[in-house]
Design a protein around this ligand. Structure first.
Ligand SMILES: Nc1ncnc2c1ncn2[C@@H]1O[C@H](COP(=O)(O)OP(=O)(O)OP(=O)(O)O)[C@@H](O)[C@H]1O
Length: 574
């Protein structure tokens, strides 16, 4: 639990409670009653923010999860179950949780429109079931009992606001944890997330489960709010409206959830006062969602962007007075090489992209892998990291064969990679990305030290605010901070200036000694290869054509011809 999470959670709770205090102190009871619905819907919207806003999976059945929670609370009230509403809410959330997991299972395979159809199907089925079984207490008007001392509208508002603050605080911690960063990483690139050792099934199912739990709590609060419920409160249409508003407002942010809650609960009231048909609200929400999707910016993101413009320049500076200490280098058994690629062949149909390639990365060394475009370098990196599992031959990490081992498991065992184009989720802060890439066992100080070492911006910098070249450096910093046995760097100098590339070359050369990891460097920048690598392997048309010290290998005619396009025989005869 780091200081930033504590600070953010404290501010979230404080601002919600202050807002609640102002509502109670300044507004008449009628408005307090209406605003209670804002916060209940805000909780439902936050639940959607996890699964759709953060993890990128479409859920069109969120109000069905809420309906499960509401039904459970209604039933517990009906049978006079002891514990009262606080306990019933918890049980309502827990009842919704397995539904979240069941709906999450197809999400492991399905995406986009297909997942939308599955979740809509669940919402539709839930409608039918509810119409049949009805809500407990609906026919004999047994109202859900509110907590003792909070039976009135103001009291119930205070109860709701405390639950809202509690959920907002828990979500602040979750969102800033490695799990929260994994949700964003999966949304941005499942491949890159897996390459960080993130389990994609666990990440997706946890998002659906936690989201369903929170929606179930929101449903239970609705039961206490309205006293008695009908099936229409949680219909498929309500789920669709919630989805449109979540997209429009950006419900993955606390601010967006409140804005969304205001829109869903107060907009109809406004339309009623203006004598406009209430269905018009759905049209506005749909148009707002289309607008947010087409511009890529929700209402809360617009507010935050505009707010960011008034943040004083230089806010994201590393404290100069502190001396940051790099994490200790890791040690690995040195009796076998760190990585061995043995006779690896990869075919794409008739194209042999990698042809019986042999390559060794000894412990404590930086080895270069070069070759012209299309030589098969990325193919080899994909085979080593598990993205192309159908290779022939053997790939060994230390004394362990990686054949048949998944991408996530290879990453966890210690084969880590960067990408030619950066795949860091821009919604993260630099420090959050470092914890996703390097694990949670680094101290704040060690994270800052690694960032400083690579000339990256400080941990509290939003990634959206840094340029592509620096993001690539951050990619390298995150993997290096993890200190795995083997690091594969795929063209890390792309996008760097000459001076930056020289500095990066120095740093890459120092990685084995400073952090304990061995490095396979794929690069087109020959100066960088010369400065960083002790050995270099040259590929051409998927075949190794040379291997040795860079000074020797880069001067051989076969390499000059294949890689640099210089044909010495032609030059001599000219
Ligand atoms: N998914 C694919 N399907 C079919 N052929 C592919 C695929 N990916 C790569 N190839 C082919 O395999 C060969 C090796 O490509 P690869 O991307 O590994 O080369 P590279 O050395 O990494 O090139 P670059 O330096 O441009 O990244 C090329 O002939 C390429 O066209």
């Amino acid at each position: 639990m780091n200081r930033a999470s504590l600070r953010a959670a404290f501010f979230a709770a404080l601002s919600i409670l202050v807002a609640g205090g102002l509502v109670v102190g300044l507004l008449p009871n009628y408005w307090v009653y209406l605003i209670t619905a804002v916060f209940i819907l805000g909780i439902a919207l936050q639940s959607l923010g996890i699964v759709t806003g953060r993890t990128g999976m479409i859920s069109l059945c969120q109000m069905s999860f809420a309906g499960v929670g509401a039904w459970t609370v209604g039933y517990l009230n009906f049978i006079d179950f002891p514990g009262g509403l606080p306990l019933w809410l918890l049980l309502g959330g827990l009842a919704a949780l397995p539904f979240g997991i069941i709906i999450g299972l197809p999400a492991l395979r399905l995406r986009g429109i297909n997942l939308a159809i599955v979740t809509l199907g669940f919402a539709s089925a839930f409608d039918v079931v509810l119409a049949t079984i009805t809500y407990p207490g609906q026919t004999n008007f047994k109202m859900v009992a509110r907590p003792a001392g909070m039976e009135g509208d103001v009291g119930y508002f205070m109860f709701v606001i405390m639950i809202y603050a509690l959920i907002a605080v828990v979500l602040e911690f979750l969102n800033r944890s490695r799990l929260g960063a994994s949700w964003l990483a999966v949304r941005h690139s499942e491949r890159a997330a897996a390459a960080h050792g993130v389990s994609i099934p666990t990440t997706k199912l946890s998002a659906f489960a936690i989201s369903a739990f929170i929606a179930g709590v929101a449903g239970g609060l609705f039961a206490g709010y309205l006293g008695t419920l009908v099936a229409e409160n949680f219909s498929m249409m309500q789920s669709l409206t919630l989805f449109a508003v979540a997209t429009m407002a950006g419900s993955q942010f606390t601010l967006g959830a409140i804005i969304g809650g205001v829109l869903v609960s107060l907009f109809p009231e406004l339309l009623r006062r203006l004598n406009v048909p209430q269905d018009f609200g759905s049209v506005i929400f749909a148009a707002g969602a289309v607008q947010a999707l087409s511009t890529g910016e929700s209402i809360s993101e617009t507010f935050m962007r505009l707010g960011g413009k008034i943040v004083p320049k230089g806010l994201f500076k590393r404290a100069k007075a502190k001396t940051h200490k790099l994490p200790a280098a890791k040690t690995f058994a040195k009796d076998v090489p760190a990585l061995q690629v043995q006779d690896v062949t990869v075919r794409y149909g008739n194209v042999v992209a990698s042809n019986k390639v042999n390559l060794t990365v000894p412990h404590g060394k930086v080895v270069g892998l070069i070759g012209p475009n299309g030589a098969g370098k990325s193919t080899l990196v994909d085979a080593i990291t598990g993205f192309l599992p159908d290779y022939e031959g053997d790939i060994r990490l230390g004394d362990k064969s990686l054949n048949g081992v998944s991408v996530t498991e290879r990453a966890r065992l210690g084969v880590r990679r960067t990408w030619q184009t950066t795949r860091i989720a821009p919604e993260l802060q630099v420090g959050e990305y470092m914890r996703l890439a390097a694990g949670s066992d680094l101290s704040d100080d060690e994270v800052e030290a690694v960032l400083d070492w690579f000339n990256c911006p400080p941990a509290n910098t939003p990634i959206a605010s840094i340029d592509a070249g620096t993001r690539r450096l951050l990619d390298v910093a995150g993997i290096v901070a993890a200190r795995p046995p083997v690091i594969l760097l795929d063209e890390p100098a792309a996008g760097q200036s000459y001076a930056e590339a020289v500095r990066l070359g120095e740093r890459i050369r120092q990685i084995p000694e400073t952090f304990g990891s061995s490095v396979l460097l794929i690069e087109h920048d020959m100066d960088l290869v010369r400065s960083a690598c002790e050995e270099v392997t040259v590929l051409d048309f998927g075949t190794v054509i040379a291997h040795g010290a860079p000074a020797n290998v880069l001067e051989t005619p076969i390499v000059q011809k294949a890689y640099l396009g210089v044909d010495h025989e032609l030059e001599a005869s000219a």
